[in-house]
Design a protein around this ligand. Structure first.
Ligand code: HEC
Length: 143
């Protein structure tokens, strides 16, 4: 009788532990899926940035304000997605990540503004700041 009781209690505990493990595993899987999506976003944006930055620099060198507007616009449209994305490294400092995305937005807007005014020296300086923001974010968040 006593043994049956112990056996039943053991099974109950084992059952609880098992369901605990199962549900913990379940949420972990869910979080991982969400994190994967946010990382995929980042992997889609960054190669585009690297191509567009080269075209933007060429446009500034050529003094072509329309092309500057076009290229800066491509990156500016990706900023909301960049803010929602997540890096692998320093994941917990997401506020800083979003701030850097905002800095990128501001430097791109000022590059576009300078070129729009025909001030390509100013545009070149603003573009240097764009590149500094790329580098600053990579130092902190790229592994
Ligand atoms: C807000 C942060 C942030 C900003 C701003 C940023 N990057 Fe990135 N970038 C990252 C992270 C994080 C990675 C690493 C992605 C990973 O985890 O593999 C990355 C990776 C890259 C890569 C490697 C490709 C890849 O998918 O791993 C390139 C190229 C790149 N960035 C270009 C740029 C350029 C050009 C700019 C500026 C116009 C820029 N990035 C601005 C965060 C940023």
């Amino acid at each position: 009788m006593k043994n049956r009781y112990v056996a039943a209690a053991t099974m109950l505990v084992a059952g609880l532990v098992y369901s605990g493990v199962a549900s913990a595993h379940g949420t972990e899987k869910h979080d991982k899926h969400a994190a994967d999506e946010q990382m995929k976003r980042l992997h889609a944006i960054m190669p585009m940035f690297s191509l567009v930055v080269a075209d933007l620099e060429n446009a500034i060198e050529k003094g072509d304000a329309a092309a500057v507007e076009l290229q800066a616009g491509k990156m500016l449209r990706a900023i909301p997605d960049l803010k929602k994305s997540r890096p692998h490294k320093n994941v917990k400092q997401h506020k800083k990540f979003v701030e850097l995305a905002e800095s990128l937005e501001l430097t791109l807007i000022s590059t576009r503004l300078m070129a729009g005014k025909g001030d390509f020296n100013g545009a070149r300086k603003a573009f240097k700041k764009v590149e500094e923001v790329c580098a600053a974010c990579h130092v902190k968040f790229r592994d």
